[in-house]
Design a protein around this ligand. Sequence first.
Ligand SMILES: [Fe+2]
Ligand SMILES: [Fe+2]
Length: 217
Amino acid sequence: METQAFIEELESLKAARVATIVEAGRTSLAGVASVDGKKLLQIALANEISVSELAAEWTPTTPEVDVKIAFARQAGDEAGHFLLVAGRLAALGFDVESFRAPRENPLFQYLKGLATTVERVAAGLFTLEAIALGVNENFMAYCERQGDLETVRIYREAIQPDERTHHEIGTRLLRKYATTPELQSAARAAVEGVLNIATSARADGAMKLGTACFPGC
Ligand SMILES: [Fe+2]
Ligand SMILES: [Fe+2]
């Protein structure tokens, strides 16, 4: 398939599945008055550190220099998000020193198993970042409802612009590298792999937390 047509097809496939995930979070907003906002911010901490580590792990094993630098930049950006969220949690009275990085979950096990550049770009920058952008909007709406305008400001001014940039870089790199039928089908499979695991992981998380409106990375 011509690369531009492939990207458009992949974007609409991904957008439809991400919309379903975001809608599940949005509709669960109505009943979340009793959820502890600090718990939701700790999920953000876990996600940010996991994505930072993933991008860092991919950096030395990705040969294409522009993709390598995109992962290196992402690793730094996600570490920055971790620090912003940690600062907010500390201001809310949470002892950030007590936070421990999460054990590897099925989503990050799957991501770390991806060995090729197009799969990594498709799964990480292109898909995971799109999920993050969407679910973070839900989370910001929740925070706004709770009167936590400082968390909203941090997401609006610092975190979301980075996640948007990561996604845009992912789209550009896919357009550059997913140029053959084999590469395109590997990219499509990686997008679907992440969406499938993220959909069920978020459903499991929602059961435990009582809401599906927790943040991404
Ligand atoms: Fe991100
Ligand atoms: Fe992030």
